[in-house]
Design a protein around this ligand. Structure first.
Ligand code: 7PJ
Length: 280
């Protein structure tokens, strides 16, 4: 399985790591890291990306909107200013696929022009103009499932059959993509762990993750440092590395081709050992 991401090819014959780079001042796990006196510090962001590439990240995911429940809403313009300069700087400095974590059509367009290779949308291109912007970019898109809206999604998540509902939603969005001129060869599915889901829902999705996507559609899993680890194990954000590694491996074993993580080096070790055991 291969994905063409702008002028680079992403080989998914083995699971690959997407390293998270949040340019928000308030993200739950690494918010505010790249700010100095309230200004985005591009050099620090590029150095962090460089480190993740050296540690084994095939993709750097740049996001400027915090989807944490209770996070301040961001305007398209703020998001643009947080994301596009970072995409430009990383595209100039590093040889890596850049993913842009956005639901905003203008940000998709500008990021694609600045050298992004992938559009990662937690709203699965449902905002007005998003399908068109993604189609025009010619880039692959990650469609993520979310029940509700970021601010309130954890209030009372409900499903009859979470796996069937998430899968049906993703297939519906796939059809919308195809109708908008985004071929299925350019689509990635993501169950959206933690987005409008209880711990039980998340566990059920992981348990049956292989039922979520048709065989030709790569699956992305984002479990790194998520609050389900905190609740299930009683761990603060800075104590979730072992849990994150366990879930990354379980997700990879259940078919995830891209793992979205904060701790690239540690995840790369886990995947390397798995490959040595199972792919000899
Ligand atoms: C995800 C994401 C995820 C995709 C975030 C966090 C919250 N994009 N963006 N999948 N999560 N595709 O990192 O915990 O799970 S932001």
């Amino acid at each position: 399985m291969k994905l063409t991401c702008g002028n680079r090819v992403l080989d998914l014959s083995r699971p690959r790591i997407m390293g998270v780079l949040n340019t928000t001042p308030d993200s739950f796990s690494d918010g505010g890291r790249y700010y100095r006196e309230g200004e985005l510090d591009l050099d620090v962001a590029v150095e962090r990306a460089r480190q993740m590439v050296a540690e084994g990240a095939a993709i750097i995911d740049i996001g400027g909107e915090s989807t944490r429940p209770g996070a301040a809403a961001v305007t398209g313009e703020q998001e643009y200013r947080r994301v596009v300069p970072v995409v430009e700087a990383i595209a100039r400095e590093l040889d890596v696929i850049i993913s842009v974590d956005t639901s905003t059509p203008e940000v998709m367009r500008a990021a694609a022009e600045a050298g992004a290779g992938l559009i990662n949308d937690v709203r699965a291109l449902q905002r007005p103009g998003a399908l068109e912007a993604a189609a025009a970019s010619g880039l692959p898109v990650c469609l993520m499932h979310m029940q509700g809206q970021p601010g309130t999604m954890q209030a009372n998540p409900r499903y009859e059959d979470v796996v069937a509902e998430v899968s049906a939603f993703l297939l519906d969005r796939l059809q919308c993509c195809e109708e908008a001129g985004i071929p299925r060869q350019r689509v990635i599915f993501d169950p959206g762990y933690g987005f409008g889901k209880t711990d039980e829902h998340n566990l059920e999705l992981l348990r049956r993750q292989d039922e979520l996507a048709p065989a030709d559609i790569p699956l992305l899993a984002g479990l790194s440092r998520k609050s389900m680890i905190g609740r299930l194990l009683g761990r603060e954000v800075d104590e979730r590395l072992p849990g994150s590694l366990a879930l990354a491996l379980l997700a990879a074993q259940r078919g995830a081709r891209i793992l979205r993580v904060h701790d690239v080096a540690a995840t790369a070790d886990v995947l390397a050992l798995w490959q040595l055991v199972d792919r000899a």
